[in-house]
Design a protein around this ligand. Sequence first.
Ligand code: GRF
Length: 205
Amino acid sequence: MTGRVRTGVLISGRGSNMRALIEAAREPDFPAEIALVLSDNPQAEGLAAARGAGAAAAALDYKGFPGKSAFEAAMTAELAAAGVELICLAGFMHILSAAFVDRWRGRILNIHPSLLPDLRGLHTHARALAEGRDEHGCTVHFVTAELDVGPIVAQARAPVLPGDDVERLADRVLAEEHRIYPQALDAVARALRAGRAEAGARRLA
Ligand code: GRF
């Protein structure tokens, strides 16, 4: 009942946020453990990094499935087999169906590279530069069926500096992502664990 919250991290590529989560979860009093890293792309760079860091990692090649629902059913089966209770999307480039989000309601987090609700969608750094913003940042939020609009858990600001290009700005924002995603997971896992303890106490009462 007081065990760590088993967390699955879904990736498609580099996996630097995933690494930040694995790193944070090494702390003995961190309330979540990374039970599985799952990728929709067998070539994802992050898979080797996950295994190198001692995490269980698997790939389900999206292209090998007849459609989204078969792919998502396979993901749910993998996650459930690993005892996953909470999912962190970390650069997962697949839009989840309403059915999948409903199955994991209140248990999927995402990190998005903008100060939501500002700059939803893709290419946020290029858009921040093109619009001449002087401030940018990142957000951890719960995932709902609508893209990039779920309840916000944590945000961090990053300045847009003179001479920035997409890469420099993205690096500055990414450093903030690596700082706030573990903090957000910490907070959400603590809340889930408290809920679990409360439900257990109710059963015993
Ligand atoms: C990050 O910028 C994240 O905000 C976005 O995708 C990128 C993933 O990077 N959702 P990484 O794979 O975690 O390095």
